[in-house]
Design a protein around this ligand. Structure first.
Ligand code: HEC
Ligand code: HEC
Length: 197
């Protein structure tokens, strides 16, 4: 049993953070709901229209993406994603068009290492720059600056658990994390050391 108090405080902070970030997201999602867009669009799966993640992924490198999406919503779109066309959505105000387009573009399909650590509950025990129940991510990164096999080592530690490397508290195996996500997370952790130096 380790520090139940610290754990629950960290858990509470975690959920408060989550709740507050969910509010701003709901703003634009509400706009899509009230404009009936969600009849044809879901965030992460294709329905009548493409998923919002697929739309976001198409424009990751495109500086004019907001303008392109705005125009497509206003005038309709066809042939970009499949056989079904989207009719013009003339009911949407200019302000709402911009808010919706910007929001869609934040929904890119591949989550970052940081997002994956949040969704896998790692941040209950790890902070970026200070030790909590587990070592800081900066301390982990610093330990491996000269190590070419660092990604493989971290991947294995996360999957199988780790003990005795940083202190007395052991990390239980985190078997819920997929192989792809393990790699993304490990690579991201290793970039965290550079900032402190
Ligand atoms: C009747 C179903 C339907 C509705 C309602 C609908 N869409 Fe679409 N939407 C589609 C389809 C189908 C496509 C794919 C069109 C294509 O292949 O070019 C699409 C494509 C898009 C795209 C991508 C355009 C691009 O240029 O890449 C965006 C953004 C979008 N929709 C947003 C919206 C918004 C915002 C609303 C509500 C105001 C909305 N859609 C309502 C079916 C719909
Ligand atoms: C219950 C608390 C807890 C959770 C949850 C947790 N960790 Fe840990 N983690 C620790 C502790 C404690 C250590 C230090 C273990 C040691 O000394 O070897 C550690 C060590 C690590 C290390 C260093 C391993 C090494 O070989 O140097 C990595 C990387 C890591 N954790 C990533 C993660 C990731 C990713 C997750 C979520 C999938 C996670 N941790 C979830 C407590 C936790």
């Amino acid at each position: 049993m380790y520090e139940v108090k610290a754990l629950s405080a960290a858990t509470a902070a975690f959920f408060i953070f989550f709740a507050s970030s969910a509010v701003s997201v709901l703003g634009s999602e509400e706009l899509m709901k009230s404009n009936n867009c969600l009849i044809c669009h879901k965030v992460d799966t294709k329905s009548i229209g493409p998923s919002l993640q697929d739309i976001a992924a198409k424009y990751t490198e495109d500086d004019d993406a907001v303008a392109t999406l705005t125009k497509s919503i206003q005038e309709g779109s066809k042939g970009k994603y499949g056989e079904v066309a989207m009719p013009a959505q003339k009911q949407v105000s200019d302000d709402d068009l911009k808010a919706i387009s910007e929001w869609i573009l934040t929904l890119s399909a591949a989550p970052t290492g940081e997002e994956l650590m949040k969704s896998n509950n790692c941040l209950i025990c790890h902070k970026v720059d200070t030790k909590s129940i587990g070592p800081s991510l900066q301390d982990i990164a610093a330990k491996y600056t000269e190590d070419d096999d660092a990604v493989a080592t971290l991947t294995k530690s996360i999957q199988e658990g780790s003990k005795g490397k940083y202190g007395e508290v052991a990390m239980p195996a985190q078997k819920q994390v997929s192989d792809d996500d393990l790699k993304t997370i490990s690579e991201w952790i290793l970039t965290q050391g550079k900032k402190s130096e």
